[in-house]
Design a protein around this ligand. Structure first.
Ligand code: EPU
Length: 441
């Protein structure tokens, strides 16, 4: 296989998309399932590459995972026999450090390599490892091997305040606290809906987790047992990708099932720039072209703001809007690698070096005054893009380049699409159903 898509763009994409389960919930829930006694059934699992990688890793550790239907998996952690995550598999997915929670519960000691994931900034886990220490863990990092070694000699206890909120970090602190001695308080927690999905999953199994805004209280229990299968929430990021595809190709795409409130900020931004949106019932949203688009000025933020995961798709949309748009990335450093790929198609995008007043507070990553950052861009529109040969730099950038190729008339090649397929289920099939011409090479 060439690991590429051949795309004939220029067609209006029209139709309905059934969203898959959220990658950023499913991966965490499968690891969370190892904290239960007995079998755990999870429905709406997206069949994506990251998920397959994770299942390989879990079975290597001794857990069992069996798909009983296309998107339903049954996990059982009682057979866990190893407390060391393999370097090759473990370094491929960002979420593997979450395995510290079930492994420390089972073995009181565990060894996990520095996590991998997409090439978007340094993505350290310092705040997360501080949280483990604060709740009673002992953690050491071996720079030579790239492994974290952790011990948890007693039950977790106490409280932790995130210096800045972290999505997966919040999930980790919740998992660590499930069987705590007494009550654990987590402050300045992240607000992403996938975290609340994880909380519901644990609470249905007997956990006592309560959220009030950015404060989370976990009352330790002695065991978790699943009573009925759990269905994972739909993928908001996939919804955004198809929304942009609908508008940019002058088409009309409805996405569901999804609670429209999860996309409030996205929906209002689409309306603000002149895109068409219609909420259909309680769990479907229609996105369509209804006339020329106007420029927008966006700063990315964690939920409930305009998510960093949406900005790359949005940038290609803004190449078609009237005027100069601006986009400032606040959450991750180095999430503009795809810009040079869009420039190959004739997009006029420039980096904006205007400094912000208090970068240490403004950015969600740990800002280092000694480093140079490219965090803001200007997008000049509307630009007529042309076809070309593109290379995927990271997951969301993969979808962005596919959108660009589907927009422009003529043939384009998008290379490195296995990175896109780490997070999008049946992308080719879904685009084809909408009338797009796309072939996996
Ligand atoms: N950060 C630190 N130290 C830490 C933890 C985070 O410096 O200990 C920094 C990060 O480097 C980043 C910022 O804090 O600059 C926020 O990171 P966060 O921990 O919130 O992000 P994450 O949990 O690593 C998850 C998703 C991302 C999504 C973000 C924002 C997963 C596996 N990944 O990342 O998804 O963009 O939250 O919601 O859940 C994607 O799906 O393409 C993707 C990158």
């Amino acid at each position: 296989m060439e690991d590429a898509y051949r795309i004939q763009g220029g067609k209006k994409l029209i139709g309905e998309v059934t969203l898959s389960g959220a990658k950023n919930a499913a991966l965490k829930m499968v690891i969370g399932a190892l904290m239960f006694e007995g079998k755990v059934t999870l429905k709406n699992i997206p069949r994506i590459r990251d998920f397959d990688e994770l299942l390989n890793l879990l079975t290597e550790l001794g857990a069992t995972a069996e798909f009983i239907e296309e998107n339903t998996v049954v996990i059982e952690g009682s057979g866990l026999k190893s407390n060391t995550v393999d370097l090759l598999h473990g370094s491929k997915i960002r979420s593997t450090f979450l395995l510290f929670a079930p492994l420390l519960k089972r073995f009181s000691e565990a060894h996990i390599p520095n996590p991998g994931g997409c090439r978007i900034g340094a993505r350290p886990i310092d705040r997360i490892m501080s949280g483990l220490k604060e709740l009673g863990g002992i953690v050491e990092y071996d720079h030579e091997t790239g492994y974290y070694h952790a011990k948890l000699p007693q039950k977790t206890h106490g409280s932790y305040t995130f210096e800045k909120p972290s999505h997966t970090g919040t999930e980790f602190m919740i998992m660590l606290s499930l069987f705590a001695e007494g009550t654990v308080h987590i402050y300045n927690a992240a607000l992403e809906p996938e975290i609340d999905d994880l909380i519901s999953f644990f609470n249905e199994g007997g956990a006592h987790i309560c959220r009030e805004g950015t404060s989370i209280v976990v009352e330790g229990v002695t065991s978790l047992i699943q009573k009925k299968p759990y269905t994972i929430v739909s993928d908001r990021n996939e919804a955004v990708t198809f929304a942009v595809l609908g508008i940019i190709t002058k088409g009309d795409i409805s996405v569901g099932p999804i609670d429209p409130h999860l996309l409030d900020v996205f929906i209002s931004t689409v309306k603000q720039c002149g895109g068409g949106v219609e909420i259909i019932g309680t769990n479907k949203i229609r996105f369509y072209y209804k006339g020329p688009l106007s420029a927008t000025h966006i700063e990315t933020e964690p939920h409930p703001g305009f998510m960093t995961d949406w900005q790359q798709n949005w940038v290609v949309l803004m190449t078609q809007a009237q005027g100069v748009s601006t986009l400032h990335e606040r959450v991750f450093e180095n999430r503009f690698e795809f810009v040079s790929e869009l420039q190959k198609l004739g997009a006029k995008i420039e980096f904006d070096s205007t400094q912000v007043v208090n970068p240490k507070d403004y950015y969600h990553f740990s800002y280092n005054a000694e480093k140079t950052y490219n965090q803001a861009i200007k997008i000049f529109g509307p630009q007529q893009l042309h076809s070309g040969v593109l290379t995927v730099t990271d997951l969301r950038a993969g979808a962005t380049l596919a959108i660009a190729a589907l927009l422009v008339p003529g043939e384009s090649i998008v290379k490195g699409v296995s990175i896109l397929e780490r997070g999008y289920e049946r992308f080719v099939e879904k685009v084809t159903k909408l009338g797009g011409e796309i072939k996996r090479l």
